[in-house]
Design a protein around this ligand. Structure first.
Ligand code: ADP
Ligand code: MG
Length: 423
């Protein structure tokens, strides 16, 4: 949808675009079902450079949805980089002393929080680098390494593109809830927020697109009072000399992120967090993404699709359907291998299909096999090793998630193998 729109956008002049957007808004008005026990109101509009839609059910659906629309136009005007008098344009023109709308202060704080959480993989200050690639003008080019190095070292211009729609979805959800709406689905250019369940009962279902076949869904999520946001390299890109350059940049290099992921979907109660994290985790890659998830399991869940097609979902995801090979990662299945107190490897027991070995120094070899991890060999030089045979995930029958809760410890060589989340 976005790609198409951006094409259209380049073809159309600005007034024509406005007209098209107005026509779109006029065409899609209220739908009222008099005979049903609920009222449905749907609207579609264009803001934040994308198509947005709301379907709300209940008494005040129409007025509440109009209020949401108005609010989103307001936020767009505040943060749009195309609007020379927006707060962000003021900041980017060097007016650090500019008096900002409290809402701008708030989203900037949220952006900083996601930046900290992702160790800078999400960074709203990459504007200059993204501009150099032509992602705003549509005049694409490959900048030189020197140019990128210089631009990312500045970090003096802001682009809220990776978090604004998520923030807007939280605002929209709050407005609808305040108006007494207990069933609605909001879609702000792929940033989805589900309020309550479907009007007739049951959870909302939302598809996660297959990055390798965009006409297909690979997982269907069941959502209730949750946001779901996907970031993928396929969303916006250009090709030059046979290479593909997409719009999610690694803030450390200024180049398109290349961490082995085709897409990241984040499910969370917070649309802001889901949006920011989907971008940041795409930059970080699978291992770091799962690590962050383990530390913040209460905050979000993930669907990770790797470039080789592997799909990993975390245990909190409720799904209505899926196609292809899917691995669910449970936090309890994570084993850490430590050497001198530092984690040197993280094994996801549920995701191991082929055995492999991890060298832990001084002849210590840890074998990670499907369903278990054990010490294959330990060279403890005549000293006593404290070993346990293996760490194994308990089966459902015994009703114990962990088998061998005691860690494997090789004291002389300072190797520890342990469950990350043992009770
Ligand atoms: P989209 O908004 O296209 O759905 P994202 O939420 O992933 O996708 O945001 C991508 C946009 O955010 C880019 O178009 C760019 O403007 C900006 N951006 C790119 N890389 C980063 C990054 N590492 N951190 C923060 N913002 C980024
Ligand atoms: Mg994002």
């Amino acid at each position: 949808m976005q790609l198409q729109l951006r094409h259209i956008r380049r073809l159309l002049s600005a007034p024509a675009l406005l007209l098209a957007a107005l026509l779109l808004a006029a065409l899609l008005g209220a739908v009222l079902f008099g005979c049903a026990s609920y009222r449905e109101y749907t609207s579609e509009f264009f803001a934040m450079d994308t198509v947005m839609s709301i379907a709300a059910y209940g008494e005040n659906a129409e007025s509440a949805a109009s209020e949401v629309e108005r609010r989103i136009y307001e936020l767009d005007a505040l943060w749009s980089i195309g609007n020379p008098s927006s707060d962000i344009s003021l900041l980017n023109s060097g007016r650090r002393d500019a008096e900002l709308n409290p809402e701008t202060d708030k989203i900037l704080r949220e952006a900083e929080r996601v930046r900290d959480m992702t160790d800078g993989a999400f960074d709203e200050r990459i504007f200059a680098a993204a501009e150099a690639w032509g992602f705003y003008s549509g005049e694409y080019r490959v900048p030189t390494q020197d140019e990128l190095r210089r631009l990312i070292s500045l970090r003096d211009k802001i682009d809220l593109g990776a978090i604004a729609k998520g923030y807007a979805s939280d605002e929209a959800a709050e407005l609808l809830r305040d108006a007494g709406i207990s069933s609605a689905i909001i879609n702000l250019g792929g940033n989805v927020y589900a309020i309550g369940g479907k009007p007739g009962g049951g959870d909302w279902t939302v598809g996660v697109r297959d990055p390798f076949n965009l006409s297909k869904n690979i997982v269907t999520l069941k959502l209730r009072d949750r946001a779901a946001v996907t970031s993928g390299g396929y969303e916006r890109y250009f090709e030059q000399d046979g290479a593909r350059y997409h719009h999610i940049l690694d803030p450390r290099t200024g180049y398109p992120a290349d961490a082995g992921l085709a897409s990241v979907t984040v499910v969370s109660e917070s649309g802001t967090l889901a949006d920011g994290l989907s971008t940041g985790l795409f930059v970080l890659g699978k291992e770091r993404a799962l690590e962050l998830w383990r530390e913040n399991r209460a905050l979000f869940d993930l669907v990770l699709i790797e470039n080789d097609g592997t799909v990993t979902i975390t245990e909190g995801i409720k799904k209505a359907g899926s196609s292809g090979r899917l691995t669910t990662v449970a936090a309890e299945s994570i084993i850490g291998i430590y050497k001198n107190g530092e984690r040197i490897h993280t094994a996801e027991l549920d995701a191991v299909s082929e055995p492999y070995d991890v060298k832990a120094g001084e002849g210590n070899i840890v074998r990670v096999a499907p369903g278990e991890v054990y010490m294959l060999s330990a060279d403890c030089r005549d000293q006593i090793c404290v070993h346990h045979a293996a760490l194994r995930r308990g089966n459902g029958e015994s009703n114990r998630p962990f088998d061998a809760e005691t860690p494997i410890v090789c004291l002389p060589n300072n190797v520890v193998v342990k469950w990350e989340l043992a009770p």
